[in-house]
Design a protein around this ligand. Structure first.
Ligand code: MV4
Length: 447
């Protein structure tokens, strides 16, 4: 087992990893930018190293600084968290070449799943249902037009180097498709340095259902349940829940088997997420595989009792996963709200500033993952998420009520937050009846 783990991240996820290490008796090293000097992850870690100025590109994304911090503190492993370098295959390779264990999948798998059209090809070969469309990147507009005629409009153009909704364009006619192709290619080249785009049948009003995967170094691959992440705004997840209200047991078994088949086909190791689109006829299609711990992992932890971060560390240290697929028990319902320092009245513009009051909700089944405290200053340089409120209860109805009470108790002053938006969601009839589609926020809340 590792003696000392460096956490190459900040905020709530850095704290989350430090807590798991502490329970495992593993020493921790925090890295921080100058403006994060007073952050809790620095205070709670056993050791800390300043790695640069405030800008992420000069600190949390600077591979030489992070590797140097690991070497001077003699850390034998690095946990990347999510975001920053978590899905950077080159970073994983540098760790390996410096004899520092990277707590995540192999560089090969990170790179493969990072190319969204290669990932689709890989999953199709493994027998996982994929969205009808082009076989990999489209060569030119004639090929795209021919494919679109075959699969039928509307179609969607996606960037191979994209993901998470970046660089996507929908086309309802052939004229629009030619234009969408050009725009998407230009955007893809500018944003990802890779102009490749691929084509898919556009699935109207899909649901986003993803499976949490765990694979060890002994060829065991498990899925530990699904999360429904359909409530998003501009491709940013706002609310996640498990189990998905749209998935019955038969469909759950089919999707879970497909998720395992897909992860096993690439020899997946460590934590990862198989994302599916579910259409109104209960057909599901592979969308993307995320090769990192996700923001919403606590939802799965609350219904399974599995500590995913501890399992990640055990896997990276070469341990065999102790549980068996059929022995995984799911209890109750969990819902997570991402509380962002953004102003819902100003189109969710970030609202940095100093927290002048911070009173947390509590009670049975209420968990808050946050790095924020009274007097803490939210920097405009980093992600606007300041807390995750995760609630667990026996039924979805009870969970919604508990979440409403927790949101009402949650007091944050000094910055604007998305708490009022979440309160609106949980008061809506559509959410209660689980009549949710990916345009929920726009169609129900922003009308
Ligand atoms: C789609 C789609 C409809 N049809 N692909 C958005 C983020 C990225 N994961 C892929 N996304 C989508 N891909 C096809 N062929 C609709 C979306 C989508 C979406 C998917 C899940 C949850 C929320 C979403 C919000 C907007 C668009």
């Amino acid at each position: 087992m590792f003696r000392k783990i460096l956490i190459a991240n900040r905020g709530e996820i850095a704290l989350r990893i430090i807590r798991a290490c502490r329970e495992m008796g593993i020493r921790t090293v925090a890295v921080y930018s100058k403006s994060d000097r007073d952050s809790l992850h620095v205070r709670y870690a056993d050791e800390d190293v300043c790695i640069g100025p405030e800008a992420s590109s000069d600190s949390y994304l600077r591979i030489p600084s992070i590797i140097s911090a690991a070497e001077i503190t003699d850390a034998d492993a690095i946990h990347p968290g999510y975001g920053f370098l978590a899905e950077n295959a080159h970073f994983a390779e540098v760790c390996k070449s410096c004899n520092i264990a990277f707590i995540g999948p192999s560089p090969r798998v990170i790179r493969l799943m990072g190319d969204k059209s290669k990932a689709k090809k890989t999953m199709r070969k493994a027998g996982v249902p994929i969205i009808p469309g082009s076989e990999g990147p489209v060569k030119d507009k004639d090929e795209a037009l021919a494919i679109a005629e075959k699969i039928g409009y509307p179609v969607i153009v996606k960037a191979s180097g994209g993901g998470g909704g970046r660089g996507m364009r929908v086309a309802h006619t052939n004229v629009r498709l030619v234009n969408a192709l050009m725009m998407a290619q230009t955007e893809a080249e500018a944003s990802f340095g890779n102009p490749e785009v691929y084509l898919e049948k556009y699935i109207e009003q899909p649901r986003h259902v993803e499976f949490q995967m765990l694979g060890d170094k002994h060829k065991q691959v498990f899925q530990i349940g699904e999360r429904d992440c359909t409530i998003q705004r501009r491709y940013q997840k706002l609310i996640e829940e498990s189990p998905s209200p749209a998935v019955n047991d038969k469909l759950r078994r089919k999707m879970g088997e497909a998720a395992i088949k897909g992860a096993r086909s690439v020899g997946y190791e460590n934590a990862g997420t198989m994302e599916f689109l579910l259409d109104k006829d209960d057909k599901f299609y592979f969308m993307e595989m995320n090769t990192r711990l996700q923001v919403e992992h606590p939802v799965t932890e609350m219904v399974t009792g599995i500590d995913i971060v501890k399992e990640q560390i055990r896997i990276a240290a070469g341990e065999k996963l102790s549980f068996k697929q059929d022995a995984i028990r799911f209890e109750g319902v969990a819902i997570e709200c991402r509380i962002n320092a953004e102003d819902p009245e100003k189109n969710f513009m970030p609202s940095p500033g100093t927290i002048t009051a911070f009173n947390l909700p509590g009670g049975p089944g209420v968990r808050i993952d946050t790095h924020v405290y009274q007097g803490f200053s939210i920097s405009p340089y980093y992600d606007s998420m300041i807390a995750k409120l995760i609630v667990h209860a026996q039924t979805r109805k009870e969970c919604i009520m508990r979440m409403q009470h927790a949101l009402d108790e949650f007091v944050i002053e000094g910055v604007k937050t998305t708490i009022p938006l979440h309160q609106k969601v949980f008061q809506s009839e559509e959410f209660m009846r689980a009549k949710l589609y990916t345009d929920f926020v726009e169609s129900v809340l922003e009308k």
